[in-house]
Design a protein around this ligand. Structure first.
Ligand code: 5AD
Ligand code: SF4
Length: 446
């Protein structure tokens, strides 16, 4: 989400004469696009801003803009603490960064963090030069060419999981206009993009909070998936992130019916304990989650499942944590992102009294991660000896890397005349904990 937001700001600013990607110490404008999901992410921003204070003393003309969730959350407080910041813009204002920078110079409005309930995601389409032409000129495509792109389909969240700051920093859930989404996907695919990932905090509730166009109602995420998947030339489709409570049977069936939907699903469970899930306001039980996992595997055998886990949520006992470990054993996720619970300002969980000791959180995290690593390795070994469809991301005489439909990275040492962006058939010959090794097969079939 943040990555796509950074891209949107860079694309918007190219109309104002800015070119992306200079060294931070030489840039005329530095934008920190911030995340406040956990305290650690926020601390990183504050220390980088401290460093930039010194840079600005040497080069006073350099402008500093803080965007995203920390900007939204802190607003004027950030400017009071760090007067060397030129502009603080909230999550709903990123499309407007150009005019806001100009305005900051003229009338000194340096904080813009309005969050509107009736916000509509502006029509914003990427201006890209065709990649196919660049590709034809070089034997192996330049690494700067991206064949995989993110497309935002919604913003904000209405779920109020008790640990989560997102509803406060990104505002109410707003679905983007479906025609704008389809137009953006068409532009990207015509420019050479092969793989699209649809993005939102909770994509499963696309179309629920607001109509996506006047003439297409009711319209939901399964409808959108089907429509995007049929854009001609789109080889691969993915989406993230989903809340299990909104995962419908229709959406699960998409894995069976939508041919270019990749066999991979990130489905955050957060905890295996019903007591903790209730206290997190997740609105499903471990058994309901497992039922959905079973159905997904029925509709798409071999689907690679990943998840998010929080350990040490307030009140989490040894038994609750054991329930999480049991769920891990039951599902045997291909991979997971696991975090120590971190208090976030304004959230319900931050007001809960029974905080878990930091040392206990660390121990639980280590136990979880060690077991997940073992399972990931075993899961990866299941691919050895089998064929996989792989999109090449980097490719040179000495080999390169690509990604399977299941979202595993595959390294290879011979490109056999292929170039980045090609989707090839590979035989997996070795499995590590975090990646696979493969050999390109001599066939056109993918
Ligand atoms: N503490 C720890 N982890 C959190 N996450 C969200 N909020 C918190 C928090 N306060 C994790 C959840 C979510 C992922 C993006 O970040 O697991 O799915
Ligand atoms: Fe946060 Fe996701 Fe829950 Fe929304 S669904 S409140 S983004 S964890």
């Amino acid at each position: 989400m943040n990555e796509r937001d950074s891209e949107i700001m860079a694309q918007s600013l190219s109309g104002y004469g800015y070119i992306e990607g200079m060294e931070m110490n030489e840039a005329d404008l530095v934008i920190l696009n911030t995340c406040s999901i956990r305290a650690k992410a926020e601390q990183k921003v504050l220390s980088l801003l401290g460093y930039l204070r010194k840079t600005k003393l040497k080069r006073p003309a350099m402008k500093i803009c803080v965007a995203g969730c920390v900007a939204q959350q802190e607003g004027n407080r950030l400017l009071d603490r760090m007067p060397h910041i030129d502009l603080v813009i909230g999550t709903q204002n990123i499309y407007n960064i150009g005019p806001l920078l100009l305005r900051a110079e003229t009338d000194g409005s340096r904080v813009v963090t309005e969050l509107r309930d009736d916000y509509a995601i502006p029509k914003f389409l990427p201006a890209l030069s065709p990649m196919a032409a660049d590709r034809a000129e070089s034997a192996c495509a330049a690494p700067s060419i991206q064949f995989s792109k993110f497309v935002t389909i919604m913003q904000g969240c209405n779920n109020y999981c008790t640990y989560c700051v997102v509803p406060y920093t990104r505002g109410r859930e707003i679905s983007r206009n479906v025609d704008d989404i389809i137009e953006e996907v068409n532009i990207l695919v015509k420019a050479g993009v092969k793989e699209i990932t649809l993005l939102g905090q909770n994509v499963n509730s696309y179309g629920k909070a607001n109509a996506v166009t006047a003439d297409r109602r009711p319209y939901n995420f399964s409808d959108l998936l089907r429509e995007v998947s049929s854009v001609e030339g789109l080889a691969r489709l993915r989406f993230t992130t989903s809340n299990p409570k909104d995962l419908t049977d229709a959406l699960m069936k998409s894995f069976r019916d939508v041919k270019n939907l990749c066999p991979q699903f990130h489905l955050p469970v957060q905890s295996g304990s019903d007591r903790i899930l209730k206290s997190m306001n997740r609105k499903y039980t471990a058994a309901q989650y497992l039922e959905k996992v079973e159905k997904l595997r029925e509709y798409m055998p071999g689907i690679a499942l990943t998840t998010d886990i929080i350990v040490g949520f307030p009140g989490e006992s040894d038994e609750d944590f054991q329930d999480t470990m049991n769920l891990l054993e039951e599902v045997r996720f291909h991979g997971s992102f696991s975090f120590k619970y971190s208090d976030r300002p304004g959230t319900q969980a931050s007001k809960l009294a029974e905080k878990v000791d930091e040392r206990v959180k660390m121990e639980r995290l280590a136990v979880f991660q060690q077991r997940q690593d073992e399972i990931s390795l075993l899961r990866n070994r299941e691919y050895v000896g089998h064929g996989q469809s792989v999109m090449l991301e980097e490719c040179s005489e000495s080999g390169g890397k690509g990604r399977t439909g299941t979202n595993h990275i595959v390294h290879f040492s011979e490109c056999r005349g292929h170039v980045a962006g090609d989707i090839v058939r590979m035989k997996i010959v070795h499995a590590g904990q975090h990646s696979l090794r493969g050999e390109i097969e001599k066939t056109d079939e993918v």
